[in-house]
Design a protein around this ligand. Sequence first.
Ligand code: WT7
Length: 678
Amino acid sequence: MAEKEVVETSEAQIAVHWQEEKYIYPSTEFIAQANMTDKTIFDRFSLDNFPNCFKEYADMLTWYEYWHTTLDTSDAPCFKWFVGGKINASYNCVDRHLKEYKNKAAIHFVPEPENEKIEHITYQELYARVNEMAALLRDFAGLKRGDRVTLHLPMTAELPITMLACARLGVIHSQVFGGFSGKACADRIVDSGSRVLITIDAYYRGGALLDHKEKADEAVAAAEKDGQKVDKVLVWQRYPGKYSAKTPVKDGRDYFVNDLLKGYYGARVEPERMDAADPLFLMYTSGTTGKPKGCQHSTGGYLAYTAGTSKYVQDIHPTDVYWCMADIGWITGHSYIVYGPLAIAASSVVYEGIPNYPDPGRPWRIAQELDVNIFHTAPTAIRALRKIGPDEPKKYNYHFKHMTTVGEPIEPEVWKWYYEVVGKGEAAIVDTWWQTETGGFLCSTLPALAPMKPGSAGPGVPGIHPIVYDDEGNVVEPGTGKAGNICIQNPWPGAFQTIWGDRDRYVRQYYERYCKNPDSKDWRDWPYMTGDAAVVAADGYVRILGRIDDVINVSGHRLGTKEIESAALVVEEVAEAAVVPVAHEIKGREPDLYVSLKPGYQASAEIEKKVMDAIVSEIGKIAKPRHVWIVPDMPKTRSGKIMRRVLGALSNKQPEGDVTTLANPEIVEQIKEMVTKA
Ligand code: WT7
């Protein structure tokens, strides 16, 4: 066993506690039209029927060749699903729908400016664009099966088109959230070994046309410094034929995709026949230590799992209009805007901008205009819309049959507003708990089969068997009211396969702690540790309390405290840095940053600003702390460890507990005064 990390402040510790809520039942209208109304699904997906139960999801796809082994555990805990199967994700999300749905919208692209036209892209049109882009990537950029390519794209239709073009060739895409900085993009280029970067010149956010190309220049320069040369930067144009960025175009390196595509009109590319276990994409996420981890997702297993859960948990039918308001730069968008929905022939909305632009009625106008009937978002957006536009939804004539919340725990009060006001009391809600690593949902109710309980995600979805362990590895039984570390007893097809280039870290971080026998090839010995704390009620409904590790969930996304601390340490004057989560009305959590300075420096507003700027340029705006507190010294144990627990308590205005054993207890009073005065 690796040395157990001492967690001094965790989200779970500052989690809000609330009473068990009453059940709310879905309407008979919803049940009458739902994709899954058969309770025997839970028997079919019981542990006794594992792993063959997942054939039911794999059969939703079109395979070139069927698999011979459902689950190969010979390299546990790197599990392989549907071994022997040959498949292509692009074919499954596009080509196979042409027969029935050629003229149906695959993607509705909604630009942020309201005076720009919504683009309705049919499956036929998507097929043409994906093929032409695939031809360009193959013939112009020289990309082939197994290569990695980094995408740094915002929410426009070009993003799913580029992803599907990569998938068609078997090229592994690694999409970096558009809001991340050039430096954050560079780290991912280096780690994945990409020699091509695909970006866009500009995009709209909050009413401004942002120059995005400048981030590509930074990324390429920083990556090169770290030893990874990018020889081609492919630049989409927000307005084809017009360059909307200020940064110069570098000859021989930067190319406009829209221009190049003219040479590929009408091109068609035969999809690569991929092995089911070949990687489809990488998605980087924050972990306890240092650099982000590239979660490697498979082709066949991932697609089967996202298709199955899109059908049964999201209740998507080809006739529905489905809008997931997440960003495709996160796993939610990969699984539940692009791959899952398109695999089952959905019409999926891609919205460029922020929810409250130009006013908080915007999402409901989009819903009305497009007849959206399935809506998917995060508590952070719900809180914001509730705060600034509590009466907006009633002004618009839309009707949701189904809504989703994802990314962080939702307060029952916020849940009820979502249900009554946004859903007009008509929509079934699912609270889906999962992670970047898990590819798809872990816990949620099946909307027509189980009642909702505000604030609880619900039981494991079909084929997912959660278990809660205490620190000693004893099982914490449901209904005892005790929290513990929630794990999943069995592998499932949507799970990531490994951390790109770092199998040891994968084993250490997710399996080592509760592994029953490290030499075992039996999946039963390898429960997956999620890193979340949870309580399971007597009815099996899971309530997630938050992260137990050094990761902060800001607006539904994980940020590593170590990443933020290292960004602060880039500033010359800073000697030490400590980040703690603090409760925030809209974002859920927000990082609060404490720094101490090297000898000879005085605290100043200028240094505070330097630290803020460093965080924005190293990671991006999303990581911006609530406050930079320059303290005379950090509260420390006698062995010199920074007491984040104490800082966390002060930031959250909670009692700091016993500090008499600290090396410098007097510092706590000083910091407290500073934090309460502000
Ligand atoms: C962490 C994963 C899954 C896509 C978005 C975030 C928290 C996620 C819920 C939920 C309570 C949730 C967990 C998890 N989380 N969904 N429904 N209820 N907490 O992906 O960035 O990988 O973050 O988000 O703490 O571990 P991610």
